[in-house]
Write a protein that binds this ligand. Structure first.
Ligand code: SF4
Length: 358
């Protein structure tokens, strides 16, 4: 809004808090302290706001994305979330959550993906916050279903009654960043997660009737092809309904960026270099691990995970109303997703010699 207001008043956009231009001004993050001060998003003004994602759909019907909080107190080396939204978690008040969810009802939205990084984290207030959220959602008298992004340790730390309450107010899926199947790589990323914790959280969700989805990262300093195979095998061994495999992206401002390029590296030329950022993000690779091998492994992960046996298991757990979308999602992920990294630029990266340090 401040950018818009500045432009309307004839001022340059860089006058606005939180806005900078390369080489001219170092922007300070703009963070609204009290999220209740933000207007309700006018979702109806966004074209296609209600089209469900084939990768993330829970069922048929209108869908949307939403955030009820900002911030993450963790320090995973590859992640830019604490940088962009701050380390302190700020949340909408329960009253404002009710207002936002009531707006879903008015727009006839049936599914929501809450993309908050840390709406609920492992803490002394975890169960209280979950029960407050469930009450706020019930007060809105909305009857749709939703997905949450959660850390595995938060899932494991919830009381049984808090988890049941989430399920009973429409939580159909929890998406978790599991990242790796081996401890050394998890430690290197400062993920503060053990593979066994990931397994426990998946089992807990599935036994509560909530679908479990995990994301996995391929690539990283010191990672061998055997390590990558171990992560794919680990993903396939979990009782997950969905898995997403991604090449390691190196976001400016992260610890991973400094480790890879050095503290003084300019990020903009790297982001604009088709060889280094063939699909918009800087993709990690090293002299020992070419990008082509990473992308092949990503495709392999999708092929290994999305089997007919896994689809049968997921269908057996799903209500009848979700089965058609579930089958379609599996088809997209098994057949089309492995080819989503096939771009002309990929040919440029077969020898790992694009200047990205290992
Ligand atoms: S990966 Fe998740 S827990 Fe780690 S810093 Fe990012 S948002 Fe926080």
């Amino acid at each position: 809004m401040s950018i818009w207001n500045n432009l309307q008043a004839g001022r340059a956009p860089e006058v606005a808090s939180g806005v900078g231009l390369p080489g001219r001004w170092i922007a300070q993050p703009h963070r609204t302290a009290n999220l209740d001060d933000l207007e309700l998003p006018a979702r109806d003004l966004l074209p296609g706001f209600d089209v469900p994602s084939a990768r993330r759909a829970v069922g048929s019907g209108r869908a949307t994305a939403a955030f009820l909080s900002r911030g993450c107190p963790y320090s995973c080396t590859f992640c830019a979330a604490p940088l962009s939204s701050g380390r302190k978690v700020r949340r909408l008040s329960p009253h404002r959550v009710t207002d936002e969810i009531r707006s879903f009802r008015q727009l006839e939205i049936e599914q929501v993906i809450f993309y908050d990084d840390c709406l609920f984290i492992r803490s002394a207030q975890l169960n209280t916050r979950i029960l407050e959220f469930c009450e706020a959602l019930s007060n809105a008298e909305w009857t749709g279903t939703f997905q949450l992004e959660l850390r595995c340790d938060a899932v494991n730390a919830m009381s049984e009654s808090a988890l049941q309450a989430l399920q009973s107010v429409g939580c159909r899926q929890v998406n978790m960043g599991i990242e790796k199947g081996h401890l050394a790589q998890l430690k290197q990323f400062r993920k503060r997660l053990l593979p066994e914790q990931a397994r426990d959280s998946v089992d807990r969700l599935v036994s509560t009737g909530i679908r479990a989805a995990g994301t996995f990262i391929v690539g990283g300093a010191g990672e061998t092809m055997e390590d990558i195979d171990q992560t794919i095998k680990f993903a396939c061994s979990l009782n997950l309904d969905f898995a997403h495999f991604n090449p390691l992206a190196v976001y400016p401002g992260t610890q991973l960026f400094s480790e890879t390029f050095g503290h003084a590296a300019e990020w903009l030329p790297l982001c604009l270099d088709d060889k280094i950022s063939p699909m918009g993000d800087i993709l990690w690779r090293s002299a020992d691990m070419p990008l082509s091998a990473i992308l092949d492994s990503v495709a392999q992960g999708y092929r290994d995970f999305y089997t007919t046996a896994r689809l049968s298991g997921a269908l057996a757990r799903a209500p009848r109303s979700e089965r058609a979308e579930l089958t379609e999602s599996y088809e997209v992920l098994a057949v089309r997703r492995p080819h989503s990294w096939d771009t002309p630029s990929r040919a440029l990266n077969t020898d790992g010699s694009c200047g990205v340090a290992g």
